[in-house]
Write a protein that binds this ligand. Sequence first.
Ligand code: AMP
Ligand code: GLY
Length: 429
Amino acid sequence: MNILLIGSGGREHALAWAMRTKSSFMRGLYAAPGNPGIFEVARHTDIEDINDHDQIIQFCQRLMIDLVVVGPEQPLALGLADNLRSAGIFTFGPSRAAARIESSKAFAKDMMRKYNIPTAAYKHFDHTQVHDALAYIDNFSKPPVIKADGLAAGKGVIVPRTHEEAKNAVLEMFGGAFGKAGAAVVIEEFMEGEEASVFAICDGTNFITLAPAQDHKRIGDGDTGKNTGGMGAYAPADALVTPEIMDKVKKRIIQPLLDGMRAEKTPFIGCLFCGLMIHNGEPRVVEFNARFGDPETQAVLSVFEGDFVRLLSSAARGEIDKSAVRSSTNGYCCNVVLAAEGYPDTYNKGMRISGIEEARAMNARIFHSGTARDENKELIANGGRVLGVCGSGDTLEKAINIAYQAIPYIEFEGKVFRKDIGQKGLRYT
Ligand code: AMP
Ligand code: GLY
């Protein structure tokens, strides 16, 4: 099978690696825009701009691409999957309308209300309803969480400490602090509990889940400091998401959402990312995303057993082949993100990276997130999250140790990382 992968981050490197190494159907793998890690396993294309859908369609026709796998949310929200399907090209990734489950938090919350999916109590408001929005905040005994409606690159959520802070957050969003994404806001109840991520591969009607994972969103050890895109993850998070909880997630969350999307005439084909809050054995939805998560994917696909290409292509054709996923996983994986100093605010780019081969010799798997080649073809940092260092083992403890033993070999100026990725999972053992 010939596949085109869209995207350029650590998630896409993991997708490319899994398609290459965990399938017997893979023939030609191409990536756009790609990154130096992705190009270790995939070929370049002449696609200059992934927003130019015609160019992508022409490439697919010329190279006889059988399947396009779309990694990030932005192209999905811009209708790339719709245009590819209209051109007769099988695509793993939801339509623009179905991707609203991520691109509009108000839409997602309304879907959950309509289809009885457990989530935090909420209301949404547009900028003409400032007074109602501020008054609603006073209804909550604990300060509620404030969310910009639209896509804000993971930054549009404020968890305030006081009601005053919550009100200021609403005023800032309506004042344009998040651009168009903040033109409407969701105000919702603060949920206690522990977070987990579950990915469901969906064909519009049916689904199969992959190993549950746990992300570490804050920049600092012990979950302190600013929210980031994610500083590390481990999988399977099977002590937190027990089989009983997974069963509830499937029955009360994923299946009703898929049925609801179909009833709304916007069936969901792709990876449905369920961001969950688990409290006293009960899962509730924090957010849905319309794509794989980063940095969870690197860990989830490391433990995946089955035929990954068969899984994605059968889902894209609307007839998911559940036998493509084995119920066992291949041990545990811990993925530690190496970030550039300053992330998630401003950070430097262009620092030379060394030691990747040495780290690989320590049995770590390295995924590239924000890297590039300079004019001398040297590897340099080119993003906030630079690399993911994955350790695998038959226990979570061994997986963590392998990742952390490899990290010192990788050097770039201003390298920062959390020292406690995976420790949450050990608490249960
Ligand atoms: P989101 O982008 O919706 O996942 O929100 C980012 C982060 O904010 C989540 O990972 C949670 O840590 C936190 N968060 C969002 N909504 C809530 C909520 N209702 N209760 C508690 N924490 C939340
Ligand atoms: N790791 C969280 C996300 O991908 O949104």
